[in-house]
Design a protein around this ligand. Structure first.
Ligand code: ZN
Length: 370
């Protein structure tokens, strides 16, 4: 054998060894990955992994994926793969043939939400209303009486508010002038709280409800103050606060401190830097917020419901993180998410108080005005 032949032989031999080593390593890795996936799938199917938590996890892992968390990327990917068939089957919405999904009755679906708008700003009519209509969603609008009386372009007038009511929206009270109730005299409290109910009645709103109407504390202040709560209790059946995301149902609850969370502050602003999140981050945080109910709602039972509160809906740029303005395109994406994932949408009037056991319950007609 010539020298050249020997060199060639060695080269081929080494190459061959090298390839077979790589192939062996690859096959071994593949086997381990398959084993892990099979194990995770079998755990899931045995019901050891909670069904509803899966969706939340899938969303969380999905978000991590977005952020390209390289450290645990592979780990997330494996868990995602095992969750994907499950989450996609429960989050798809094959039944939606019409846009009015809010009254569809899928007994296994436990995803629900209540959409609120505070203050009666104009963009709620100009931008939010057509989007709600497009997806067949109903919402509750808390109106400040003298804002509506003001004839300012930045607020809805009574004609527009009446139109909302005629189109099936829920209209409720948010005081006369949006003052900080904790600073007022008893007489002023009575006026701000009681007169705003009368103000709606004078406009033909909630005429048929004797004591079933709802109050929202201006600036979310007052739910802890007995004097304010006693005044609210004189006129209203329930009242909404502003810093609680989930309303728990069928357990003893404070009827004058119903849940509500400011979506803009909670999802569109970075709590540490106080800077604005980008579109996708805001949407991801919204998705996490509305899915925070998943771990409590199981076996077709709605035990808790998120109450999401919007303020201004507007394209106008806003440099003050304290002012809650939601971009209409983001609002559209958020409503699309609720629609496409078959969330049952209720209004605040669906939150009823059970006098006998002191709990809040959800009457079972989503979107109806009770
Ligand atoms: Zn307000």
């Amino acid at each position: 054998m010539s020298k050249i032949n020997i060199v060639l032989y060695n080269l081929i031999h080494l190459n061959f060894l090298n390839i077979s080593y790589l192939t062996f390593t690859f096959l071994l890795s593949l086997s381990i990955a398959l084993l892990v996936t099979t194990l995770l799938l079998s755990l899931d199917h045995n019901g050891i992994t909670a069904d509803n938590a899966d969706n939340a996890n899938a969303v969380k892992h999905h978000n991590h994926n977005h952020e390209q968390d390289s450290k645990s990327h592979t780990e997330h990917k494996i868990i995602l793969e095992s969750n994907l068939p499950h989450s996609s089957s429960s989050s798809s919405s094959p039944d939606i043939s019409d846009s009015n999904f809010a009254i569809s009755n899928n007994s296994n679906n436990t995803k629900a939400a209540i959409i609120n708008f505070d203050d009666g700003s104009m963009g709620q009519y100009t931008y939010a209303k057509p989007i709600l209509d497009k997806f067949g969603l109903k919402a509750t609008f808390f109106i400040v009486c003298n804002y509506a009386n003001s004839s300012k372009d930045s607020y809805m007038n009574w004609q527009e508010i009446t139109q909302l009511q005629n189109d099936g929206m829920d209209i409720e009270s948010h005081s006369m002038n949006h003052k900080d109730l904790t600073t007022l005299s008893i007489a002023d409290l009575d006026y701000e709280i009681g007169q705003s109910k009368q103000c709606l009645l004078n406009q033909g709103i909630n005429e048929n409800i004797s004591k079933g109407s709802i109050f929202a504390y201006p600036g979310h202040q007052g739910a802890n103050d007995p004097t304010i709560v006693n005044t609210v209790a004189k006129y209203y059946n329930t009242a909404r606060s502003g810093d609680i995301p989930l309303q728990f149902l069928n357990v003893p609850s404070n009827r004058y401190a119903l849940a509500g969370i400011n979506v803009a502050l909670e999802t569109q602003i970075d709590k540490n830097t106080k800077s604005f999140n980008d579109f996708q981050t805001s949407l991801d945080k919204f998705i996490n917020l509305v899915n925070s109910q998943n771990k409590y709602n199981k076996n077709g039972q709605i035990n808790t419901i998120p109450v999401i509160v919007y303020h201004k809906i507007d394209y106008k740029s806003n440099n003050d993180p304290g002012v809650s303005v939601t971009n209409p395109d983001l609002f559209d994406a958020e409503m699309k998410y609720l629609h496409d994932n078959d969330f049952k949408i209720f209004t605040m009037t669906n939150l009823k108080y059970n006098e006998s056991n002191g709990s809040i319950y959800l009457d079972n007609i989503p979107g109806s005005i009770a």
